[in-house]
Ligand binder design. Structure first.
Ligand SMILES: [Zn+2]
Ligand SMILES: [Zn+2]
Length: 376
């Protein structure tokens, strides 16, 4: 699979305007209504998918950092998905549909559906790092709109039916034939009498006043995959607001808010834990308890463990989104020096000082070794 930037023929530094411009040009070339070559449809989907990610600063940042895994594209089975042709066409229409007479090129059929589509609903789910580590099911409560049960969403008073619009004969479109120097052409626009719906309601439903939908609280269970970050979000198709008069539902967009866990520093899928040891612990070595997102674990440190030693616990970091892999947990050792000591401790330290001898002069390689250990 090619890089999204390469697909759109732009550089990684391209501005939003450049991305939009380049996508529009390519979309005009490969739009299935204009290009009947068999591979154009797949190409149109690909460039639209790339465009949909790169036009959105949040998704673009996630893509820049984690590639397709970061935006869920090309992965599968965890709530994200690749765009299908209908979506690709809708995305194109959404951003370019109103420009330069495309409406008449592509026909009015889709816009008629879109007018009744319910709104997308956005909800934020808070997650702990432990939940990110395992993945979690969350139930979210939403104030939304649902199909009116009294009229089954039609908007017509129970016992009555919406009537076919007499102005357009139910097609929702009005066609006008006009002549030009090139011959006759037909222009198509939504029917003004029925707003493109093809039907008119003479007796509206009293519960929803003809809207076909009513306010409702609902709860939706969201399955959040392991390894997500704040840049990710989930799209639940059709779980947003109900459309008017049985129009399609909007989507539910689940934004993720991951609470800071003070024990760890997160670097993508890797975690860092700072372990403080007293001088005697470092000198003697031994077993020490360290937290991991999956519970406490014991690590062994040799006698004479040096400050800023870094240990890598493989596969104890966070899961890699959409893959059967995990990052690592890095344990960074720090030596703690007590700020205050008791008389007894002082006496012991003085005894020790007599016995321990002199610290070695630092060898020239000391700082570079230290940097290496820190991964700098
Ligand atoms: Zn109703
Ligand atoms: Zn009409």
């Amino acid at each position: 699979m090619s890089d999204f930037y390469a697909l759109l023929g732009v550089t990684r530094e391209a501005t939003e305007v450049e991305i939009k411009k380049s996508y529009r040009k390519l979309a005009m070339e490969y739009h299935p209504d204009r290009n009947s070559a068999p591979e154009s449809e797949a190409r149109f989907k690909e460039i639209t998918e790339a465009y949909e990610v790169l036009r959105d600063p949040q998704k673009r940042a996630a893509y820049d950092r984690y590639g397709r895994a970061g935006v869920g594209a090309g992965g599968g089975g965890f709530g994200f998905h690749q765009v299908d042709l209908t979506e690709a066409l809708n995305i194109f229409m959404r951003d370019f549909g109103g420009m330069g007479g495309f409406e008449s090129i592509f026909g009015g059929g889709r816009s008629r559906q879109d007018a009744r589509r319910g709104q997308d609903v956005r909800v934020t789910v808070k997650l702990s790092l432990a939940e990110v580590a395992t993945g979690v099911k969350k139930t979210v409560k939403l104030k939304s709109v649902d199909r009116c049960s009294s009229c089954s969403g039609s908007g017509a008073k129970p016992g009555t039916k919406p009537a076919t619009c007499s102005a357009c004969g139910g097609s929702g479109e009005v066609r006008r034939a006009a002549r030009s120097m090139f011959g006759q052409f037909v222009s198509v626009s939504p029917c003004p009498t029925c707003a493109g719906e093809g039907t008119v309601i003479s007796q509206p439903c009293e519960v929803c006043r003809g809207e076909g939908r009513v306010r409702a609280d609902k709860s939706v269970t969201v399955e959040i995959p392991a390894g997500v970050s704040t840049n990710n979000y989930l799209t639940l198709r059709g779980q947003g607001a109900a459309g008017s008069r049985n129009g399609p539902n909007g989507d539910l967009l689940v934004m993720l808010d991951i609470r800071q866990d003070d024990r760890f520093e997160r670097h993508g899928d890797d975690l860092i834990f700072d372990l403080s040891l007293s001088f005697s612990q470092a000198a003697l070595g031994g077993e020490f308890a360290v937290p991991t997102p999956y519970g406490e674990e014991k690590i062994k440190l040799p006698a004479g463990t040096q400050p800023e030693t870094t240990l890598r616990l493989k596969q104890r970091g966070l899961p890699v989104l959409g893959q059967n892999a995990k990052g690592d947990l890095l344990i960074r050792v720090h030596i703690w020096t007590p700020e205050r000591i008791t008389d007894e401790q002082e006496q012991l330290f003085r005894e020790l000082a007599k016995l321990e001898g002199e610290a070695p002069k630092r060898s020239p390689g000391f700082w570079s070794k230290l940097k290496e250990a820190l991964g700098a």
